[in-house]
Design a protein around this ligand. Structure first.
Ligand SMILES: Cc1cc2nc3c(=O)[nH]c(=O)nc-3n(C[C@H](O)[C@H](O)[C@H](O)COP(=O)(O)OP(=O)(O)OC[C@H]3O[C@@H](n4cnc5c(N)ncnc54)[C@H](O)[C@@H]3O)c2cc1C
Length: 310
């Protein structure tokens, strides 16, 4: 169950209330506030709070630019300028808070982003739901032979089905073991009233990385774009990218000018090394350049050629 009934009630109650405020609000984000957006088979992302908007960034930037801002006085132009030149502190003036349900292995990658505030569901205090991630058949792929951190060809359907069956079997067995250790069924009733259940903080060690957890995650806009530049990127693992893509959509609702600047100057832009720039200049001058004469490694050469579409 993606959302428990009490969570559905909470969302309905949150969405039915409105409050008056003198603070800046963003109608497009208000529209989706508290709503849950499905991710993977049981996960979701929902925005639960935010502070600031595009104008707040401009306002903060103008404190530091003062009269000198006249030339870039258009808000969009100023935001583009800030993004392009990595003048990052005005973006830290905005914050957003998400409620996320995600598999533990995705959470392990996500938690590496230290410049955020996290409060996770406690499996010492509560019992984890019987929910584990099973990849779609189209995502069951072989280990990449060229990238140690990646996938290659999708498995053939028969093999993929066998993998899926095995993953399901192991996860179900693990959850059964968990409830046996707890000595409680899903409703919290003792299975064998004559024996004590193992502490929740210990019973959970029987579960695997595919089980779902939940957390509240609060981050400022500068660090959020940093997170998205790494995780909404083809180099990131598909499963965390699926969450980053949904978050990227919420960014478009919240701060459309920042979203556009982020796509233009960060996400769809490229960083080119000094040697790479020399190669481009030589090519533009009509010189024949190959990898051997470029001064780049084979990998860098391939990346540069892909970037410039050769
Ligand atoms: C494709 C991919 C593969 C990865 N593979 C691995 C892997 O194999 N093994 C692994 O361990 N990790 C791996 N990571 C995680 C990666 O190394 C980073 O830990 C993660 O992306 C968080 O980045 P960050 O530190 O910039 O972000 P944050 O922790 O949010 O920090 C944001 C910025 O704040 C500053 N900062 C934060 N904390 C400190 C600090 N203590 N000291 C100095 N500056 C700080 C830095 O400038 C940092 O860039 C991978 C990440 C990606 C995207």
């Amino acid at each position: 169950m993606r959302l428990r009934p009490e969570q559905q009630d909470e969302i309905a109650s949150q969405r039915s209330q409105t409050r008056s405020t003198r603070r800046a609000t963003v109608p497009a984000l208000e529209e989706i506030l508290y709503k849950s957006f499905p991710v993977l088979d049981h996960g979701f992302v929902r925005v639960v709070d935010y502070m600031g908007d595009d104008a707040a960034i401009v306002q903060a930037a103008r404190v530091s630019y003062g009269r000198g801002t006249r030339k870039v006085s258009e808000d969009r132009g100023l935001i583009n300028y800030l993004m392009r030149h990595r003048h990052t502190t005005p973006f830290e003036m905005c914050e957003i808070k998400y409620h996320v349900k995600l598999p533990i292995f995705v959470a392990r990658q996500w938690i590496r982003h230290r410049m955020a505030n996290v409060n996770e569901y406690s499996a010492r205090y509560s019992i984890l739901d019987n929910e584990f991630y099973l990849p779609g058949l189209e995502h069951l792929a072989a280990q990449s032979t060229t990238n140690a951190q990646g996938r290659d060809e999708v498995l053939d359907p028969t093999e993929a089905q066998q993998v899926l069956d095995l993953l399901r079997l192991h996860a179900e067995r693990a959850y059964r073991g968990y409830t046996e250790l707890l000595n409680e069924d899903a409703a919290g009733t003792p299975i064998d009233p004559a024996r004590p259940g193992l502490a929740r903080e210990l019973a959970r060690i029987n579960l695997s990385l595919g089980f779902y957890t939940q957390w509240y995650w609060k981050i400022d806009l500068h660090n959020l774009t940093h997170f998205l530049s790494l995780r909404a990127d083809p180099h990131a693992q598909y499963e965390i990218r699926a969450y980053a893509d949904v978050i990227l959509d919420t960014l478009a609702c919240w701060v459309p000018m920042v979203h556009a600047a982020f796509l233009e100057y960060r996400m769809n832009a490229a960083v080119i090394s000094a040697t790479g720039l020399t190669v481009i200049r030589r090519l533009l001058a009509g010189e024949e350049v190959d990898q051997a004469s470029s001064g780049l490694s084979g990998r860098e050469w391939r990346e540069l050629m892909a970037t410039i579409g050769r």
